[in-house]
Design a binder for this molecule. Structure first.
Ligand code: SAM
Length: 371
């Protein structure tokens, strides 16, 4: 028991102090890290809880009834999140993705969306605000989120076969209710809806074509994600990864595809369009084709730690500054200082890392840092 739980809790407790540099670093919107990568995308985890127990993310054996989630007082309040987000936006962030855990479990999330929607980029434009969800609560929440200023949504769905999907979410949640959530999002006027499918070889690879056929021509973009070695609890094995190139090959054999240009720099998905013009799919190949070189994403954990990589082992504690005496300028300088020192490129280095790092023994969980 202790072998299973303590390492996770320890990882959450480890953190680096976010230092305010002696010399203020003014926010110019042009911040770069050690590899010259700009800061454009902020992912905010609003809860470490989820109502699903996907084996590749929050396996039931670890996230059981005894698992200690963060107590409410540890979580950043909506005002604290917005204050931190404002500094990130001043440094050039243009897109904010709310995630978790399951973000729709956080009560009154629409209030946070409304606060974030009032921020403006350094060019004076509204932010691109989106959300990643398992879809289970979308029917209930889509209209309020849209009214609050949410523009887009990404829904996770790992298959159309009810038996396969219920086994993967491990809480017996039916496919039909996720599809209904997607429909609710469309009815509410959310646009550019995406569906993320994590592909595990031998588990749901037979769902690739049914999913492609189902979403082709609907305006929903289906994206296939390689099963990643995030966190330390999912027992990841390389032989369970189905490379994106193979996914594209299988779809192309039945539904011809043509490769498309990326729509934005730093985009995680490689785009493929149906040759008959009936829409597109994406493949996210973070295992077989690392995209660290133009990674412009920062992650803010549920209790205010800044992580510079999905595979990081430690975050920088911004909450201590927010709950201390730091001014907005000091907070902005601290964020700039951390980003300027960033050299993370885990996925590119994966194969050459020592085993204790590459096998994930020290990594934080994705459900905590935000997907
Ligand atoms: N609960 C929300 C959801 O289901 O979308 C948001 C959080 S979830 C961690 C974000 C995304 O990460 C989901 O699309 C999920 O499938 C994906 N994910 C989680 N663990 C993964 C893994 N080991 N490999 C690839 N993708 C993973």
């Amino acid at each position: 028991m202790s072998d299973r739980v303590i390492p996770l809790v320890d990882q959450r407790l480890r953190s680096l102090i976010a230092r305010v540099p002696e010399q203020a670093i003014p926010a110019t919107g042009l911040l770069g890290d050690t590899l010259g990568r700009p800061l454009r995308d902020l992912r905010i985890s609003v809860t470490d809880r989820c109502n699903f127990r996907c084996s590749y993310c929050m396996p039931k054996s670890i996230f059981d009834k005894d698992y200690q989630y963060l107590p409410h007082g540890e979580l950043l309040s909506f005002e604290e999140i917005t204050r931190i987000a404002r500094q990130f936006v001043a440094h050039g962030v243009q897109k904010i993705r709310l995630t978790g855990g399951e973000p729709l479990l956080r009560k009154h999330l629409e209030i946070l969306v409304e606060q974030l929607a009032s921020l403006r980029t350094t060019e004076g434009r509204p932010l691109d605000i989106t959300l990643t969800t398992n879809g289970s609560l979308l029917r209930k929440k889509a209209a309020a989120l849209k009214a609050a200023g949410l523009q887009r949504v990404t829904v996770s769905l790992d298959g159309l076969d009810d038996t396969v999907f219920r086994a993967m979410n491990d809480v017996d949640f039916p496919v039909a209710d996720v599809l209904d959530g997607i429909q609710a999002a469309q009815e509410a006027g959310l646009r550019q809806i995406k569906v993320n499918m994590v592909v595990k070889r031998g588990t749901n690879e037979d769902q690739i074509l049914p999913m492609a056929r189902h979403f082709k021509g609907t305006g929903v973009t289906l994206r296939f994600i390689e099963y990643m070695d995030v966190g330390a609890t999912n027992g990841w094995r390389m032989d369970e990864v189905l490379p994106s190139a193979e996914i594209v090959r299988r779809i192309h054999a039945e539904l011809p595809l043509v490769q498309l240009e990326p729509s934005a720099p730093g985009e995680t998905a490689e785009r493929w369009g149906y040759a008959d013009g009936s829409g597109e799919i994406g493949v996210i190949s973070s295992v077989t084709q690392a995209f660290c070189q133009d990674c412009n994403r920062a992650r803010l954990s549920t209790e205010g730690k800044l992580y510079l990589c999905l595979f990081a082992t430690q975050g920088h504690d911004l909450r201590a500054l927010v709950r201390g005496q730091a001014s907005d300028e000091q907070l902005a300088s601290a964020i700039a200082h951390i980003w300027q020192g960033r050299e993370d490129r885990y996925s590119e280095l994966r194969a050459s890392l020592p085993p204790d790092v590459s096998t994930g023994g020290r990594r934080v969980e994705m459900s905590y840092i935000g997907g």
